[in-house]
Ligand binder design. Sequence first.
Ligand SMILES: [Fe+2]
Length: 560
Amino acid sequence: MKILAIYPYIHLSSAALLIDEERFDRQKMSTSFPSKSAEWCLKSQGLKWEDLDMIVVPWNPMRNVNHASKRWVSEMNWRGQLLSHVPIQVMRAIDGPMENEMEIRWGKTRIIYMNHHECHAANGFYLSPFEEADILTIDGHGEDETCFFGSGKGSLITQRSNVIYPHSVGLFYGVFTDFLGFTPDVDEWKVMAISSYSQEKNEYDEKIRSLINLTDKGFELDLTYFDYFSFDRRPHFYHQKLIDLIGEPRKKNDPITSRHQAIAGAMQRVFVETVTHLLKLSEKHGTKSGNIVISGGAAMNSVFNGLLDNMDIYKNSSISSCPDDSGVAIGAALLAWHRYSNKPRKIQEQTHNFWGPSYSDDEIRDTLQKFKIPYEEPANLTEQIAKEIADGKLVGWFQGAMEFGHRALGNRSILADPRKESTKDVVNAAVKYRESFRPFAPAVLEERAEEIFELRPGRKVRFMERVVPIRPEWTGKLGAVNHVDGTGRAQTVERNLNPRYYDLIKAFGEITGVPVLLNTSFNLNGEPIVMTPEHAVRTFFSCGLDMLVIGACVVRKNKR
Ligand SMILES: [Fe+2]
């Protein structure tokens, strides 16, 4: 069965089988129709549009049109509106419960619109190692839901209950992202990074806590403090009442003060408390399998995720590499497959996110030769590059297939020596030009991870999805990746999943005694991660990187 999923016109436009659109159209967080990524998906498998059995979309607009105002839908302006006008009128006539999915079909072509939160759930569950698990999804909002409680067993996902818009944990976080001068739906992780500067409870904790009422069905927000749901009125996600409660918001370019840190810290603590409550509810009403899958944009909160192994709620937890809207196209494709293929589920835990385009060494050499760029191909590539990183060089690292989603995991990465705190400033000055409060991530050899980080035995963190404490004896050796609260967004690296990357970190460890590299995505601030060799070369020559390691080739700036 050949299924293509597309998710157009939102901030993380994507297609599956499987690639995000921004890398193709070169617009960061592209919202365009993902035709380029969809075409790559098809071409990479030797398929044409007409070969597809179905096209699926991780959003069911029937739920939205059903709520459309009568004045918008009582008359047609052009005949194309028959597409929505007829279903709306029929829905009104029948007045029955809304189905989770709808289908449009002409000829052999089928387009199936699926429930957004079910697609989040499918992304999390079908990529997890669990035969059976409870599933909790939390995001800004889907068609009308903001939270899904359910479970998965074999190939079946069932919903138990939900929380309905406008009560939303994701938008609660968005409110404070906006309040602190950042862009909601985009910059939440910056607020999470700032929150680490405030570890102790402060005057804002109780005030922000009072905005959420935890209930036996989930939670309710005191909506009088918010304004994200009054679309035509809002300049901001928050209401004047929030300013009256906690003071003036930060303007975009204002410096970040200890007050902003205190607000971010208090809000993150309330977020943790709320999601912990939802987890407890999920467990109380769930299957008692001991397993939980968390998905939706809130599962990008790696600080919260890092706490999961120490909570006494679920024994095991799983979070995919792309739990947010970047992964709902994948979720939709998997959901449709399990719903329509009539084949039993083969449990296939996601072990990597290298699902994008790759380029052969010949293609890479052609690009370098076309641009008349001198390069060498050292026989002992990883040893040599490890030595140069230990000598302070900044390396653009381009290998194999591009990562899907937000996080570069060693195929489109910038790598540096993690030992000295000053390296953060060097990377920021040379390449990233980004805010100094944002930490860089450590990539660590899997077998050394528990020695360096406070990870539970056997815990793999393949997608940087959990922030964990660095053991005190190592914090002094990891100055560039040690966040203000002594934590790191670790990535454990296994040799069988990425041998060249693993060998590089191992060689660096043998030279320095520190089997860790600083890993950040290979892009300039505000640009998408590089995809092709040409992107890599252009980015390399537009910034202060010292070396580009691209396939087997090494390019140096100071080489004539
Ligand atoms: Fe979502």
